[in-house]
Design a protein around this ligand. Sequence first.
Ligand code: 6PG
Length: 484
Amino acid sequence: MSGTEAQANIGVVGLAVMGSNLARNLASREGNTVAIFNRSHEKTEALVEEHPEAGFLPATSYEEFAATLSKPRTAIIMVKAGAGTDAVIDELVRVFEPGDIIVDGGNALFTDTIRREKAVRETGINFVGAGISGGEEGALNGPSIMPGGSDESWVTLGPILKSIAAVAEGEPCVTHVGHDGAGHFVKMIHNGIEYADMQLIAEAYDLIRKGTGKTPAEIADIFAEWNRGELESYLIEITAEVLRQTDAATGRPLVDVILDQAGAKGTGAWTVQTALDLGVPVSGIAEAVFARSLSSKPAQRAAAADLPGPDETLDIHDADAFVEDVRQALYASKIIAYSQGFDAIVAGAEQYGWDIKKGDIAAIWRGGCIIRAQFLNRITEAYAADPGLVALVTAPYFADAVARTQQAWRRVVVAATEAGIPAPAFASSLAYYDGLRADRLPAALVQGQRDFFGAHTYKRIDREGTFHTLWSGDRSEVEAVDTH
Ligand code: 6PG
């Protein structure tokens, strides 16, 4: 030890925007003293200088950082997810002691978090992967936080994280999600739902614009209005603001001068990859990820631009009625996105042995995070009423909502299809809904095909057992065999 007096109860490593804002948030809360460290010391000095009110304790080395922290030492790593995270963990493990706590607050892939937690645990140090949502503003004023890790670490970490989290209806938006990678898993699903929600909103905008000829500013008013009803959410609110923005250089709506190729940092794709492994149909989320991929293929889009199709003209007689249909289609599709996201959480919890309380997850998403929305309360209520709920969309509140909106949803998908306007997330969510409620699915035929070419066997509706048919051109020779 360097002899420096230990006086900070929490430290932050990595002082880019998210890290600095989180450090400032921590420092602003009663009872916290914050040690800070950054690989290049100029950033640390600049932060101390810009925010004297924070009373930061800057460190120039990992040794000094460790010496500045009271025990159990608790540090949050806020660096870009990837190899950099491993490098910082190695340094902290070197200077920390058993019982101390290392938190990764980045968007790490949950399987990396499981690996890191296992490795760090062997040193006696706690490792916590914590999803933090809310962007720069959330980090500063109150994010939604999804920590995993051990029960032991939660004892120390819980009060600190509660002190900085967003507050929704009097409750801090943080809970101990589950062990090892559970927090980053849930954050990943949050982002998958975020992708779906954003794509659905974008499709709603596109349909209204092409269907009614309204300007972006007029559509901004529609979104602002929707934000006063059951669709009330952060993403609807900011959509109104984005659509209202005028480009200073050209005077045109800003949305019209932004290149229409959506970027992605990977968490949406992780959700879909993970769901594929778990066998969970997150089709709405997948369409949202694919829609961004499609948008970012300029050469293919240019080559396909002259392919035939309707000219995106909608035959709308009553613009208000159409807008209301789109609103209802958006609401119904959004319910499907959440339902699919929670299915993935249930499957992940089962696969990895996490005790995740679905209602608590919905509760901590009510504030601070990107997908915060009014109807998350209804999700918490649905899981409280029936903890074993098999599909969120079947809970009474959501089943009623879909029953009320499904005709409009169908009209919108039909209109989009007829006009040649792509609405992949709307259409896929509806197909999922119809698939889920179908009495009989053509999966029976798929089973027959599989048995035909690969003797993959099938089950029957009228008898127990596993069957294989001896297929032949002559039907009379076809025979079912119980392979048991
Ligand atoms: C959040 C956000 C954030 C995320 C990006 C997604 O919850 O605050 O989910 O963590 O990284 O907003 O970025 P891309 O759209 O670039 O994948």
